[in-house]
Each structure stands twice: as structure tokens, then as C-alpha cells.
Write a protein that binds this ligand. Structure first.
Ligand code: DAH
Length: 341
């Protein structure tokens, strides 16, 4: 009997050296310790055939062998598993000192940048945003803005008509009417958006972006407009920039003005950008015409207001020194990458 146990023991000792993986360790354990088929398991099952007087010794011997085998094989299993783990670490090793692959970062388009900047400046002065429709009726785009059919001022804006009644808005000024129809003064709104005109050259595009401003309250004058514009130009073109108002004509404002700012390139001395004048035209504005207030049910004896319209592309072209408006629409990354400060 002892010889049989000794033989199994030797088999385990020499067999253990052949085990090379945790899977083999598992098979090895089964070969000896499986309750039904394992070599030690079979010895245990033999117990009932052993004469009673030898049974105690037999059981003791088999149990000792079993305990010993379990220890050896568990150790083997742990050894194999940790060896495999080390091999996996080695195989999956990454070099964190390698420089990362460069990923391109997107930027906001210059039109969006200027638009956001203008919104920031005016929101800081208490303006709210009104988003008007791009398809307008003739009434909102022209008639209510004191520009009825056959008014010569209609020629100032070449219009895309969709039908005799509907058109693509030519100016965000149309938003003034929507706002005044729906809200009693005090009104202080900013209406940014796309506008459309049949116009196409280096400084004009059939689609461009405007930002309309409207303030209506008791006692509003042209001085309020100039005060606000002074703040605006300093923020967008620099602290030393000044404004001046020149008389102009728009049907929806009376008086109407063209607003210039001192040239931010030469400081007013005269250069190529300001064509030697020292001044750059930046927007149209004026005191809201009484007729426009009346068209919207606002009493001109009680209220007055000012309005202004800024061309975003023009602002971007001046700010970034671009001489062709198409560069803002062609999505050429070589250009856009230079325009994202
Ligand atoms: N709507 C005018 C245009 O597109 C710009 C403008 C001028 C807007 C004077 C105004 C304004 O509100 O008062 O040419």
C-alpha cells in the first residue's frame, strides 16, 4: 500500500515539473484529485474494500497524501497564474512616454466669432435677442418699415421675391416690426441673422449676416445712440476708437445717420484702409421714424427710439483685414486658421 502512495507521490513530483500553464495545472489537479476519476480520489473510493482492521491506517495514509497533493498543486496553480499575468503585462505594455498623435482642433468661424462678440457687448448693455424669420412678407420687410410699394428706397436692396407677397428678408430691420407688435416699450432688442440680396462682388454676397438693434422707451434721443455706439466701438476696435455721425437716409429712421469710427489701423491719420480719410463707415442707424412706431401701434407722442444695423461680414473684414467677402464663405482652412483670435 505504502508503495502505491509513494508511487503517486513521485508521479506528482515529477509531473509538476512538466506543468507549464494554469490550464495544465487545472488538468493536473483533475488527474489526481478529482473525486471520481482522480488517482487519489480512486484510492479514497477503495476505502470500502479495505479490511476493517487496516482501514484506519489506509485512510490516514491516503488523507495525508491528498493534503500534500492539494498543497503542491495549489502552489503550482498560483505560480502558473502569476507567471501568466506577468507575461500579459509584458505583452500589453504601452509606452506612455511616446508623443501623442496630434489631433486637429476645430474653431468657430470668424462670422460666428464676431456675432458672439457683438451679442456679448450688447447683452452687457441689457439687450435681449430676437430671432426673426428669414422668409418674410413684403409688409414686414418693407411696407411697415415705411417703404411702401414703388418707394424709391426699395431700389437700394435688390430683393429675392418668392411670390408677390413673400420674399427672403433683405434686412434684419424686419425684426423691429415683429418685436414692437408683440411687446410694449421699454424695448431693447438685438436681432442677428442671415439676410439676402441679389448682389455679388468683392464686398457683397447674395447671403450675408446683419445684426439689428432697437431701443424704444420714453425720451430716447440720438445722444443715447451715440453714447451706446461709443461703448461698442471701443470694445470691438480698441479703447482709442471714436465715432462720428454723418447725415444719411433710411426710410425707417428720421433723422438717419451713417456711423463712422476713427480708423483703428492708422489712428485717424489716414491710410489705405480708411482711404486716407481717417474714418471708416461701420453701420447705419437713426431715430425710429414716427410712421414705423405708428404702424406697430406705438404712440410716437409718448415713446421714441433708435435703431441701428450692423453688417457682420463687413465688421469681420475690417477687423481681420480681409478684402474679399468670398473668403468668409469659401471654407478654405488656410484662410480660416488665420482668423480665429
Ligand atoms: N437695414 C439697413 C440696411 O440693411 C441698415 C440699417 C440702417 C438698419 C439704419 C437700421 C437703421 O436699423 O436705423 O441697409
Amino acid at each position: 500500500m505504502n508503495a502505491a502512495l509513494e508511487q503517486i507521490k513521485q508521479e506528482i513530483i515529477s509531473g509538476a515539473e512538466e506543468v507549464k500553464s494554469s490550464k495544465e495545472a487545472y488538468e493536473f489537479r483533475k488527474k489526481f484529485l478529482d473525486g471520481k476519476t482522480g488517482k487519489i480520489g480512486l484510492l479514497m473510493r477503495e476505502m470500502k474494500n479495505i479490511p476493517p482492521e487496516q482501514r484506519a491506517d489506509y485512510g490516514k495514509g491516503v488523507n495525508e497524501l491528498k493534503e500534500w497533493a492539494m498543497g503542491i498543486i495549489s502552489e503550482l496553480d498560483i505560480k502558473m497564474k502569476s507567471k501568466e499575468l506577468l507575461e500579459r503585462y509584458e505583452a500589453e505594455k504601452i509606452d506612455i512616454s511616446l508623443p501623442a498623435e496630434k489631433s486637429e482642433q476645430g474653431n468657430l468661424h470668424p462670422i460666428t466669432l464676431i456675432r458672439n462678440q457683438l451679442i456679448d457687448i450688447f447683452a452687457g448693455m441689457g439687450f435681449e435677442i430676437f430671432d426673426g424669420p428669414e422668409i418674410e412678407t413684403d409688409y414686414y420687410n418693407f411696407t411697415a418699415l415705411n417703404t411702401p410699394q414703388d418707394h424709391p428706397a426699395r431700389d437700394m436692396q435688390d430683393t429675392f421675391y418668392l411670390s408677390p407677397e413673400f420674399l427672403l428678408r433683405t434686412q434684419t430691420s424686419a425684426g423691429q416690426i415683429h418685436v414692437m407688435e408683440n411687446k410694449k416699450p421699454p424695448i431693447k432688442i438685438l436681432s442677428p441673422g442671415k439676410v439676402f440680396r441679389s448682389d455679388d462682388d468683392a464686398t457683397h454676397s447674395p447671403m450675408f449676416t446683419q445684426m439689428e438693434g432697437l431701443v424704444v422707451d420714453k425720451g430716447i434721443t440720438l445722444c443715447d445712440l451715440q453714447g451706446m455706439l461709443d461703448v461698442f466701438v471701443k470694445k470691438i476696435y480698441g479703447e482709442n476708437t471714436k465715432t462720428r455721425l454723418r447725415p444719411s437716409y433710411f426710410p425707417f429712421t428720421e433723422p438717419s445717420v451713417e456711423v463712422d469710427c476713427s480708423c483703428f489701423e492708422c489712428g485717424g491719420k489716414g491710410c489705405k484702409l480708411c482711404k486716407g480719410t481717417g474714418w471708416i463707415e461701420i453701420l447705419g442707424a437713426g431715430v425710429v421714424n414716427d410712421k414705423v412706431l405708428e404702424n406697430c401701434g406705438v404712440d410716437p407722442n409718448e415713446y421714441s427710439g433708435f435703431a441701428f444695423g450692423i453688417g457682420i461680414e463687413r465688421t469681420a473684414m475690417l477687423k481681420y483685414g480681409i478684402n474679399n467677402i468670398k473668403l468668409l464663405f469659401e471654407s478654405d482652412l488656410r484662410v480660416l486658421k488665420q482668423l480665429n483670435d
